[in-house]
Design a binder for this molecule. Sequence first.
Ligand SMILES: Cc1cc2nc3c(=O)[nH]c(=O)nc-3n(C[C@H](O)[C@H](O)[C@H](O)COP(=O)(O)OP(=O)(O)OC[C@H]3O[C@@H](n4cnc5c(N)ncnc54)[C@H](O)[C@@H]3O)c2cc1C
Length: 261
Amino acid sequence: MRKVEPQVYLIGETRIIEEGLRAYLNHVGAPEWKSDAPTDIERIIEVYGRLCYRSWKPGMNPNVLKVRKENAEYIGNILDVKHGSVIEHPVINFIFADVSRVFTHELVRHRPGVAISQESLRFVRLDDLGQWLPTAIREDEEAVEIFAQTFRELESLQVELAEHFKLDDPGVPMHRKKVITSAMRRLAPDGLATTIGWSANPRTIRWVLEARTDKFAEEEIRLVFGKVGEIVTKRYPNLFGDYTIEMVDGLPWYKTEHSKV
Ligand SMILES: Cc1cc2nc3c(=O)[nH]c(=O)nc-3n(C[C@H](O)[C@H](O)[C@H](O)COP(=O)(O)OP(=O)(O)OC[C@H]3O[C@@H](n4cnc5c(N)ncnc54)[C@H](O)[C@@H]3O)c2cc1C
């Protein structure tokens, strides 16, 4: 048994193909348009927003006599008026490692705007369980010992069953290993550490950040989305800069006036 701490890795994000954007701006008659967006994520949102109203510069659309110049102001207005579909365009890619199946089951309840790849426990043997303990357990010495003992027992059951089914004998076909490993995982705890890849668009990230850092959400998902919040507010300031943080029981609760854009 290993002690673990849930980890958040930002591993990718949408980028603009400059040549393609330039070609489109020439096509629409705004070749000189530039943005002060700090990232491609925020710039691409501005591009799709301006496309809607031809608001690249004043007068291109006779109905538009004034345009917002700065990306922060532009995105701020999108959030104000809840033009949320515009912020669905980019994708941000995360890996959540050493999280429990308690966490992953809650995460996958968020349906629109996500892509998910979860470590397969049909394939991965569970003879070395990672364990993260919620505060309520961590603060109680006896409970910590009960958890440790149970995890160790469950690990040894996995080893025992693997021996019983002779999974490591030479020549055991992969299909057989998969069937048995999948059956054996029924004896594994919900709290085991696993990994899930989660890509989402900013509209979804904003909603999940709000819902899952809420003080009434579960501790582990609050912890993980607290880390997500720290990353996205630093890296995409114009898109996530409207959040304020209230610390509750040592974890950040991300709040905004632009709820559920
Ligand atoms: C504190 C807390 C406690 C919870 N407790 C429980 C519990 O006890 N039992 C339980 O089962 N779940 C529980 N959940 C999960 C919760 O019910 C939702 O399933 C989960 O939070 C996903 O959020 P969402 O419904 O906003 O949907 P998401 O999938 O995140 O979708 C985002 C938004 O898109 C819209 N949307 C998505 N799908 C549809 C649709 N089919 N039709 C119409 N609009 C749609 C809605 O506006 C929705 O809010 C809990 C969640 C929290 C945060």
